[in-house]
Design a protein around this ligand. Structure first.
Ligand code: TXA
Ligand code: MG
Length: 339
């Protein structure tokens, strides 16, 4: 199958393919999603196949308005309503109890809940509206790889497996949405940190629990996706925290073992070590967490094309957006820090 890159003036064509049961990737403010009609079982199955995604990992249903949510879920708790009014469209996915018979087990992974999100991207909202359907939208990467932040990343992973990708340029946030479980409205839980920070959510609905996704083998995970290997390039990633001294030690340590070092760090750090390492990718200004979040996945992908055999990646404080950044980076690194 030829995978077509659609420009923003070709939304109607892309919508028509979705309505014919084809897969079309779309841009959002977070990362690119792999779209299919959430009510077309064959199309949804194709999403799992294209990504190589485990079948017990449920999908987020993307809608173009708040009003639609009521059609698809058992109940919209008051706190969820307040959050949607304030922050939709935006990088906040909310999990509701399902209304029986609306979405198949393939969408919900057999859970009694369903994840809903209204992405903040004009073209994609127009695409959803043009189909008149709710669309599933997992990140449009091969399972286990970093999520795509450009149409080219999607094409790299999924060409010949999907009908097309709507090209909306680089995504803004760069990390996936916050996933908030509201199935028990008295006890909302953040299942996946994201751009919508805990502080911002708490300002609207009061204190919430943070589930750190530490799932044991026996326990059924709350966000099934968090238990799988994630965001991993082909080369091992090692997190470096601290001053130039610490970077120097890490670089020496790996080079002594014959490794070719790639640096994924702020521009100052890169300027300092550039001539001593094999390759570099800048995460923007020092202490600029928004840039780092935006560039992390592109950086991890970049090193797949270089000679580097190990990637040394910069830590940030795990607060605000840094919480999501460190969550993804720790997964990419399998929690491996240079000590
Ligand atoms: O920013 C995003 O959320 C992107 C863009 C494309 O919208 N989408 C995305 O989807 O990241 P995906 O499928 O890559 O991640 C969805 C996460 C997974 O960890 C999944 O297990 C969890 O949400 N999830 C989905 N439905 C759930 C449910 N009913 N209960 C608990 N977790 C759920
Ligand atoms: Mg994903």
């Amino acid at each position: 199958m030829d995978t077509k890159i659609f420009q923003l003036n070709e939304i109607e064509k892309a919508a028509q393919l979705l309505n014919e049961g084809e897969l079309i990737a779309f841009p959002t403010e977070t990362v690119y999603g792999l779209g299919a009609n959430a009510q077309d079982e064959t199309a949804v199955k194709k999403v799992y196949a294209a990504k190589g995604r485990p079948s017990d990992n449920p999908l987020i249903v993307h809608v173009a308005s708040m009003a639609e949510v009521k059609k698809y879920v058992a109940e919209v708790p008051f706190a969820a309503q307040k959050l949607m009014e304030k922050y939709w469209p935006g990088p906040l996915t909310i999990i509701f109890r399902t209304k029986p018979g609306v979405f198949s087990k393939t969408v919900t992974g057999g859970l009694e809940s369903v994840a809903m999100r209204m992405p903040d991207n004009t073209a994609t909202l127009a695409l959803i509206k043009a189909t008149g359907k709710p669309l599933v939208g997992p990140s449009a990467n091969t399972s286990g790889k970093p999520s795509p932040t450009t149409a080219q990343h999607v094409y790299h992973d999924l060409h010949e497996k999907i009908a097309g990708v709507l090209d909306g340029g680089k995504t803004g946030v760069g990390l996936e949405s916050t996933v908030l479980d509201m199935t028990d409205p008295k006890n909302p839980v953040i299942l996946r940190p994201g751009a919508m920070t805990r502080e911002v959510i708490e300002a609207v609905i009061g204190p919430i629990d943070t589930d750190r996704h530490q799932v044991s083998k026996e326990e059924k995970p709350k966000a099934p996706g968090m238990k799988y290997k994630h965001y991993s390039p082909n080369e091992p990633v090692v997190i470096v925290k601290g001053s130039n001294d610490q970077w120097q030690k890490a670089i020496d340590y790996y080079q002594l073992q014959g490794e070719k070092v790639g640096l994924l760090a702020n521009e100052e750090c890169i300027r300092f070590f550039e001539t001593t390492v094999t390759d570099t990718f800048s995460l923007g200004k020092k202490d600029g967490i928004a840039d780092a979040a935006k560039l992390l996945y592109a950086g991890l992908r970049y090193f797949e094309t270089t000679e580097a055999t190990v990637i040394l990646a910069e830590a940030h404080e795990a607060e605000g957006l840094g919480d999501a950044y460190m969550n993804r980076l720790e997964k990419a690194a399998g929690n491996h820090y240079f000590q």
